[in-house]
Write a protein that binds this ligand. Structure first.
Ligand SMILES: NC(=O)c1ccc[n+]([C@@H]2O[C@H](COP(=O)([O-])OP(=O)(O)OC[C@H]3O[C@@H](n4cnc5c(N)ncnc54)[C@H](O)[C@@H]3O)[C@@H](O)[C@H]2O)c1
Length: 408
């Protein structure tokens, strides 16, 4: 029998770090709706990056102050907001933990776009500084506070890498290996699955994993690391309650993720951009399921003696080319094959063990549920907000890739 759940928590005070972002905002309102006492913590860096890139979410998004006010006006359980940079405001973070004494901290507060992380040395350094310091500050502050706080972190399926796994199923974070001994015998060890990051952003997530491993071993910090697939969709039932609660929808070449970009491109009559052959296979999850998984993780925490719990938070895998064909079939869009700005395998397999979340009660939302058209409808509604100049992916992984992209 799989060891997925140790005990059920009821109501928890939760700090949602990065709770103004794409995954964080719908997660925060869902936790509040389910009775948890939620404090949103964010430095609003994502909104500042929009200004830097000269692009806006396709869906208009209200300020965090308005979001919280409307949430309460529409019957939601009140949430508070604390403006804080967790990567640099260590003393404030420690003071916040001490004053709030949360039972759990959900950690979304990282720079999450691989293309943005690869744009320049400045972007690489910013991503490493922000993500690794933020995670380490949180772990250090929990130890210094002496409080028993469960961390639920949003990691990525990208930590495993997208090379060939030769048909092997990617396990839940750990791999059992046999190590040869000098006398010819072998011993078995359960190790963290080897990492194979494909960008500086992904590399920060592999570093997070090691930080979690160490602080769990040394200080018995309770941690659930959710290795999340690419999130698609935009709103949940709760963020749909009022237009001012709307979630963001990134479509640009840096922050837009593959399926949402295809759906938006189809909505505005722009050919679907497939980079390379489209043989890349990736894991996906709908935003509604992402929100549910975080709730399940909080309500099924590890015990003090458990090692870091790792769940593969994805519901299905698809080849990029197949996704483009599916969207084209639904919408009549054309497909455009473009040079790949990323240095990555031309194609890969991806078979993933996600049983734990299903065993805890997740009912996967799949691509065939009519949701593709729903996202296209959202994109059509806001099509006039789309700046077509921001659609191409121009952030290249290497000089060679940059030349190929420039040559078109
Ligand atoms: N969106 C996806 O498809 C996806 C897939 C896998 C994993 N994830 C992970 O989920 C998490 C959230 O992703 P997202 O799509 O919501 O990203 P996002 O950029 O929309 O949200 C991140 C939020 O964190 C905040 N933030 C960043 N650095 C901070 C800091 N130092 N202090 C305080 N706040 C900070 C930002 O302002 C933003 O509101 C990330 O860690 C990401 O790696 C996302």
């Amino acid at each position: 029998m799989e060891h997925c759940s140790d005990r059920q928590e009821t109501v928890v005070k939760v700090l949602v770090l990065g709770g103004d972002g794409f995954c964080g905002w719908p997660c925060a309102v869902n936790l509040a709706e389910n009775g948890h006492d939620v404090v949103v913590v964010d430095n609003l860096s994502r909104r500042k990056i929009d200004l830097e890139l000269g692009v806006e979410s396709l869906t208009p998004i209200a300020s965090i102050g308005d979001r919280l006010e409307v949430w309460e006006q529409t019957g939601g359980r009140a949430m508070r907001f604390v403006a804080m940079d967790i990567a640099h405001d260590y003393d404030q973070l420690l003071a916040l933990l001490r004053s709030e004494q949360p039972g759990a901290v959900v950690h979304f507060a990282e720079q999450r776009a691989a293309p943005y992380s690869m744009k320049s040395s400045r972007n690489k350094r910013y991503t490493v500084d922000n993500n690794v310091n933020g995670t380490h500050n949180l772990l250090c502050a929990i130890v210094e506070s002496g409080l028993d706080i469960h961390i639920v972190h949003l990691g990525t399926m990208g930590v495993y890498g997208y090379g060939s796994h030769r048909g092997a199923t990617i396990p839940k974070g750990y791999l059992t290996v046999e190590v040869p001994q000098p006398d010819g015998t072998r011993f078995r060890e359960n190790i963290l699955h080897p990492t194979d990051p494909g960008s500086v952003y992904h590399m920060t997530k592999t570093l997070d994993q090691l930080l979690f491993f160490y602080y769990n071993k040394n200080d018995s910090i309770r941690i659930t690391d959710l290795h999340q697939g690419i999130v698609w969709g935009t709103n949940t039932d709760l963020t749909d309650r009022d237009p001012r609660l709307s979630n963001r929808f990134d479509y640009d070449g840096d922050y837009g993720t593959v399926l949402n970009r295809f759906l938006m491109q189809a909505a505005i009559g722009y050919p679907l951009s497939v980079h390379g052959t489209g043989g890349q296979t990736r894991a996906f999850i709908h935003i509604r399921d992402s929100v549910k998984c975080v709730q399940l993780a909080i309500e099924n925490p590890p015990t003090a003696t458990d090692k870091v719990k790792i769940f593969n938070q994805m519901t299905e895998s698809h080849r990029v080319k197949d996704l483009a064909e599916k969207v084209a079939a639904v919408t009549g869009a054309e497909i455009n094959f473009l040079p790949n700005p990323r240095k990555e395998a031309i194609e890969n397999d991806l078979i993933v063990d996600n049983r734990c979340l299903i065993d805890l009660g997740l009912k996967p939302t799949t691509l065939d549920d009519g949701l593709l058209s729903e996202v296209v409808d959202v994109a059509r509604r806001f099509a006039d907000r789309c700046d077509r100049r921001r659609i191409p992916c121009v952030s290249a992984w290497t000089q060679a890739q940059a030349k190929a992209v420039a040559a078109g």
